[in-house]
Ligand binder design. Sequence first.
Ligand SMILES: Cc1cc2nc3c(=O)[nH]c(=O)nc-3n(C[C@H](O)[C@H](O)[C@H](O)COP(=O)(O)O)c2cc1C
Length: 147
Amino acid sequence: MKKIFIYYSFTGNGDIVSSYLKRIGFDTYKIITYEELPKNRFLSILVGGYKAMINYKDKIDRVDIDLNKYGKIIIGSPIWNSKLSSPINSLLDKIDLTSKNVTFVLYSGSGKENKATELLKRKYNAEVINLKEPKSNNDELIKLDNL
Ligand SMILES: Cc1cc2nc3c(=O)[nH]c(=O)nc-3n(C[C@H](O)[C@H](O)[C@H](O)COP(=O)(O)O)c2cc1C
């Protein structure tokens, strides 16, 4: 069964997840936005936090993937303001996950994002795996071994 990890990453945690999953046989696809958050950390939290709060959908490149090729789809998002990141809001708006086997991987500072987890479980009937800053906590990645 072919599997794909489709994700966004602003500060590299999602990229670490992507490399790990690539090594265990996943195809990977990174969402590219037309506009990045500001480089300044404080401003990035402010802008990204606001975008997440209003469920903003960033302008992203065309998602050129034939999802029918995959038996399992993993979607990776950083948590912004306790919600999904705005680039992943756009992705979810563009792709049809009906009757697909979907798992979400959420990476965050806390590693415990109950609100976002419950919403995704309900809306997509999906498994949700929470990781705490995998870039600096490599042992978090073993949570992905059963994917
Ligand atoms: C705009 C913004 C908002 C964030 N909000 C939260 C939050 O509400 N809760 C949390 O635990 N971490 C929060 N974080 C931390 C990120 O979720 C965390 O660093 C994540 O691993 C980043 O993934 P990335 O490096 O792939 O972009 C926030 C980070 C940013 C940039």
